[in-house]
Design a protein around this ligand. Structure first.
Ligand SMILES: Nc1nc2c(ncn2[C@@H]2O[C@H](COP(=O)(O)OP(=O)(O)OP(=O)(O)O)[C@@H](O)[C@H]2O)c(=O)[nH]1
Ligand SMILES: [Mg+2]
Ligand SMILES: [Zn+2]
Length: 309
């Protein structure tokens, strides 16, 4: 019997006292849970409960007027994880539909990181949108367009945006509508700026939660979920949240490169590692110009980085 079931059988705390809520942030001091009326309550968790992530739907109870307690995590439709101390794996965000990978001319884009995100999303069945923010600052437009054309050919939506000038934001709004999305990318690319430019009440939740949790500062130190006026939710995450790769095998990584999939069955050997193996269909496709050489190079680097090559 799980801790949750045991608890459900406890007569002293009837099920009816439980309220449903959504975890909107993971603060140092506890969880920020939004109740069914849109009120945010700071909660702690039952010790036996597994790690709770932003986006989780939970059942919580009121311990006192100020604090709640998360009693149970409701089933997730998706989860992104990251490695944690002691070889453990922790959830980063739950119930997502897609990731918006944000890059910008400044800081210099890290396309290996982009591919790491896309592979993780493919593995978890999440959609991908690639957003180039600060587009008004792009010096070599042709080069950016060329890079994006590789990702467009694979099938990913690519947007050129500016949180400052508002360029492209209607397209972003459209891509986010009715979905739960998370912004991911290097620190300083403008994830929070984009979030703010999409919300009517700027920084509302950041300020409210900072006050409630006694942080007294407004920084992106924790992932935070916002409701979009058009419907749908947006999670702003801090800095480079590395996620998704912890539970992937080398074969999962290859499968995470969507454009490899049509070639994979044609490799001569079932256990082909696509690293120069004899009769490798991926390598042949790269040489024939059917698969982008840059993506393949980064596939090799990603395997090496994950100690799978
Ligand atoms: N020129 C220009 N600057 C921008 C734009 N969007 C954001 N910035 C600037 O980029 C800097 C970083 O923006 P943030 O929104 O804090 O970046 P972030 O991705 O949330 O960073 P972390 O929270 O550290 O991960 C700020 O100085 C912004 O003013 C844009 O469209 N154009
Ligand atoms: Mg930020
Ligand atoms: Zn192969």
């Amino acid at each position: 019997m799980s801790a949750g079931e045991q608890w459900a059988g406890d007569r002293s705390r009837p099920e009816a006292e439980l309220r449903e809520g959504r975890v909107v942030s993971h603060l140092g001091q506890g969880l920020a849970v939004e109740d069914d009326r849109g009120e945010v309550v700071i909660c702690h968790t039952r010790r036996q409960l597994g790690a709770v992530a932003v986006g989780d739907r939970v059942l919580w109870s009121t311990a006192d007027r100020q604090q709640g307690r998360v009693e149970r995590i409701l089933p997730r439709r998706s989860v992104l994880t990251r490695p944690a101390h002691g070889g453990r794996i922790r959830p980063v965000a739950a119930n997502l539909d897609q990731i918006v990978i944000v890059v910008a001319p400044e800081p210099e884009p890290d396309w290996l990181l982009v591919d790491q995100y896309t592979a993780a999303c493919e593995h978890r069945g999440l959609g991908v949108v690639i957003a180039v923010n600060k587009q008004e600052r792009i010096a070599d437009r042709a080069r950016v367009e060329q890079t994006l054309s590789v990702y467009r050919r694979i099938g990913y939506t690519c947007l050129l945006l500016s949180a400052h000038t508002g360029d492209g934001l209607p397209h972003l709004r459209e891509a986010l509508k009715q979905r739960c999305s998370m912004l991911a990318g290097q620190s300083g690319v403008g994830k929070s700026s984009l979030t703010n430019s999409l919300l009517p009440g700027r920084n509302l939740r950041t300020r409210e939660l900072s006050d409630k949790a006694g942080l007294g500062r407004h920084t992106t130190t924790a992932a935070m979920l916002y409701h979009l006026p058009e419907g749908g939710d947006l999670i702003d995450s801090p800095g480079v949240a590395v996620f998704g790769l912890a539970e992937m095998t080398a074969a999962d990584v290859a499968g995470g490169y969507r454009e490899f999939r049509e070639w994979l069955p044609q490799c001569q050997f079932n256990d082909c590692r696509h690293l120069g193996d004899k009769g490798c269909a991926i390598l042949a496709a790269v040489e024939a110009g059917r698969v982008d050489a840059g993506r393949y190079e980064r596939f090799r680097k990603l395997l090496a980085k994950m100690h799978l090559a």
